[in-house]
Design a protein around this ligand. Structure first.
Ligand code: FAD
Length: 347
């Protein structure tokens, strides 16, 4: 599949989403690619239900809510998302444009590229058991897209961090039964979540139990996992846990992957940028958000927003170097309001 566009943004985390908005305001067309099946980057994958307190103008906002608001803000520009596609190859063409390829055979022809790839492409740390990958199409999950899918079912959750516990608490309300299985007695999650989980486990009226041990094997039938075996540490016999759905939260491992081979200046796994334009050492390729580095860099969401705004102006100048571009305000510019679809009080 081939697409032609002005800009491709790699990464649909908060930085990539706001970058797309800022480009849209300037009338610049962009496509967004992410290796994950959902937008939101770290906010959606690592801490969707946590509150964020340091977004300007929003004294408190849920991490997923922030992503939903960014997506809402972007709507007037109707950007094209390519989710579930990991970008692998960047080639500079003779006319200084780029060809960008994904693992899933998409090829973009683009005049500029913004790398907003955060910590790199997230990959869930997999459950390592022979042949278990095939069940990712059926009842082995590394991510919850819709919690109602688990309604009335026997669910087993593997892991002991925030995500595992958050989903134990969430699914306890809808599932028939939830078993959490962890390798050790200590959980690495928010103390309030740990306390709440123990409350549920201790309450005989709640459908939640916990087992400590490792998983040496599993059972399957007709294309689905039907049970896992949990071997406690010591001499005890493994216990077989029957299940309808298996959720694995062993954490996410970010992987800069092929981006590291594109000839960019990389300093300790981060891309060096020019502080004025956020351009990398390759003209036309920019880097914003957690992936970049410069003196004084702070990995905060608001840094990505600021960098996205300045990058949009830099790209505008790069794509159209002969025009002197004037700064316009959304409050007073009819051109910007037209793009936003809100022409109410422009001068
Ligand atoms: P990310 O959110 O990492 O998104 C990058 C996206 O790029 C990912 O979706 C990834 O899949 C995609 N990607 C990477 N490589 C590729 C590729 N090759 N092809 C396709 N897609 C690719 N910040 C705050 O300001 N306030 C807070 O309170 C706060 N709390 C936090 C709490 C926790 C637990 C954590 C972990 C972080 C917190 N942060 C907080 C930090 C904040 O989440 C990050 O600064 C922010 O997510 C960076 O956004 P980003 O868009 O640059 O990158």
């Amino acid at each position: 599949m081939e697409f032609k566009t002005d800009v491709v943004i790699i990464g649909a985390g908060p930085s990539g989403l706001f970058q797309c908005f800022e480009l849209g305001l300037l009338g610049i067309d962009a496509h967004i690619v992410d290796s994950l099946p959902v937008i939101g980057g770290q906010c959606s994958m690592l801490y969707p239900d946590k509150a964020i307190y340091d977004i300007p103008g929003l004294p408190i906002v849920g991490a997923q809510e922030l992503i939903d608001r960014l997506a809402e803000q972007l709507k007037p520009f109707d950007p094209t998302f390519h989710l579930g596609h990991r970008v692998t190859r960047l080639t500079r063409l003779e006319d200084n444009s780029f060809e960008l390829h994904t693992e899933g055979d998409i090829c973009f022809q683009t005049r500029a590229v913004v790398i907003a790839a955060g910590l790199g492409a997230f990959k869930p740390r997999p459950l390592r058991l022979d042949g278990i990958n095939q069940f990712e199409q059926t009842n082995l999950h590394y991510h919850v897209a819709d919690k109602l899918h688990f309604k009335g079912k026997k669910v087993v959750i593997l892991g002991g961090g925030d995500s595992a516990l958050d989903w134990v608490l969430e699914l306890a309300v809808v599932a028939k039964h939830v078993h959490i299985v962890h390798r050790r007695n200590e959980f690495r999650a928010a103390p309030a979540s740990i306390a709440k989980m123990h409350e549920l486990i201790d309450d005989p009226n709640q459908p939640v139990d916990c087992l400590i041990g490792r998983i040496p094997s599993y059972q399957s039938d007709q294309g689905k996992i039907t049970a896992i075996d949990v071997a406690p540490f010591g001499d005890s016999e493994p216990q077989r846990l029957e299940l309808d759905e298996l959720l694995v939260f062993y954490g996410l491992s970010p992987d800069l992957g092929p981006i590291a081979d594109w000839g960019l200046d990389i300093e300790r796994k981060h891309i060096s940028v020019n502080l004025e334009t956020f351009q990398t050492n390759i003209p036309g390729v920019y880097a914003i958000g957690d992936i970049n580095t410069y003196p004084g860099k702070k990995k905060l969401i608001l840094s990505g927003f600021h960098e996205g705004a300045l990058t949009a102006f830099a790209i505008q100048q790069y794509l159209d170097p002969d025009t002197k571009h004037k700064l316009q305000y959304t409050t007073t510019s009819s051109a910007l309001q037209k793009r936003l679809g809100v022409q109410d009080n422009a001068e």
